[in-house]
Design a protein around this ligand. Structure first.
Ligand SMILES: *Cc1c(COP(=O)(O)O)cnc(C)c1O
Length: 377
């Protein structure tokens, strides 16, 4: 049988090797020039005022909600259709994520549902640009302004996405968090960046990622609680090299998505990712389809694997995870759109180096599997 097709695979080349080697040879492995270089280039690329590199997207979310002023007992409105980190960061601070249903087209937090959920204890909204499709930030910004709430954007899946007004995702002045795990648009192995428009927020994040140290005081002066959320020079070197080829990486992802769009057209009941609408531009992160109703998804995953194709149910609804159910008493039926999408979503192999032949193989396997799994269902 032909080679297995993985879900994701990073693009790493000589430039990455060279910059990492330079750092190794420099002997300066943390808090050095690569950190500044990576932050400067990242902010410049997005047109954001400030960027702070951190050890992961999760760490970035944690520092961003702290800098926004989150306090224990607060309620934060967010989406249940996300990677769990966007809700967990609220729990880290003793606050409570209040979930709202999603828009069935974009799969992002529905602004109307969010507005309806604002209550006395609500202090912030945390929208996620899921699967790289821009969340409706103008709507959330209006709600936040009118209700006096803070906003933190989870842009971990959306590097390169652009809002209808031409603003890149993460450059609106709200704190926005990016992540660089190996399957993201760019990777540093592990890592993240928080962009923001406010110099005081940048200063607080830079301090708290580094044990609460004041920027120009000695190493052992700590004037606030901090963490070790630093990103190493080695990781920053990878980030610099990856940023240099960002356009090429994004174009390659868009090419693969277009190939999938053609190869999967016309399968009955199969829902493909929504096309861009109204001027918003998706940055392709994953290729997630929603299987036809009634298909046993676990069987489909097995049958795809038997044909050499990796796939993964993605994403599960956060409120129905056992930890969230037990802690907050969530039950199925609370967020019908999210639950329906979460039950049918399947992530297919998707990475910049994917060939037309590989896309065709995935499509053929999926057609076969759907025919056999549906027939027996
Ligand atoms: C990847 C991701 C994160 C952060 O992930 P880390 O592994 O901590 O870098 C957060 N939110 C979403 C939606 C993500 O996809």
């Amino acid at each position: 049988m032909s080679e297995r097709i993985p879900l994701a695979r990073p693009v790493l080349g000589e430039r990455e090797e060279q910059l990492v080697l330079d750092v190794l040879r420099s002997g300066r492995l943390s808090l050095g020039p690569m950190l500044e270089e990576f932050e400067r280039r990242f902010a410049e690329r997005l047109g954001a005022a400030h960027a702070s590199a951190v050890s992961s997207g999760t760490a970035g979310l944690h520092l961003a909600v702290r800098a926004a002023g989150i306090e224990a007992g607060d309620e934060v409105i967010t989406t249940p259709f996300s990677f769990v980190a966007s809700a967990n960061c609220v729990l880290y601070e003793g606050a409570r994520p209040v979930f709202c249903d999603i828009d069935p087209r974009t799969l992002n937090l529905d602004p109307r549902a969010a507005e309806a959920a604002v209550g006395e204890r609500t202090t912030g909204i945390l929208p996620v640009h899921i699967f790289g499709y821009p969340a409706d930030m103008p709507a959330f910004e209006r709600i936040a302004r009118e209700r006096g709430l803070w906003l933190v954007e989870d842009a971990c899946e959306a590097l390169g996405a652009v809002h209808a007004d031409g603003t890149p995702v993460g450059a609106r002045g709200n704190s926005a968090v990016f992540a660089f795990y190996a399957n993201k648009q760019i990777t540093t192995g592990e890592g993240g960046v928080v962009t923001c428009g406010d110099a005081a927020v940048k200063e607080r994040i830079d301090s708290e990622r580094n044990q609460g140290r004041v920027p120009d005081m000695g190493w052992l002066d700590h004037d606030r609680l901090g963490f070790n959320y630093r990103l190493s020079e080695l990781a920053c070197a990878l980030g610099v090299a990856q940023l240099e080829r960002l356009d090429e990486l994004l174009a390659a992802r868009a090419r693969v998505a277009a190939l999938y769009g053609e190869a999967l057209a016309g399968i009955e009941g199969l829902r493909l990712p929504c096309p861009d609408e109204g001027g918003d531009r998706r940055s392709w992160f994953v290729y997630v389809v929603q299987l036809p109703r009634g298909v046993a998804r676990d069987r489909a995953v097995e049958e795809l694997r038997a044909r050499g194709v990796d796939s993964k149910p993605y994403l599960p609804a956060i409120h129905l995870m056992s930890f969230y159910r037990e802690r907050f008493g969530h039950r199925p039926g609370e967020f019908p759109v999210c639950e329906d999408v979460a039950a049918r979503s399947l992530s297919l192999p998707f990475f910049p180096g994917m060939s037309e032949g590989q896309v065709a193989r995935v499509a053929e396997a999926l057609r076969e599997v759907l025919a056999c799994v549906s027939a027996r269902a």
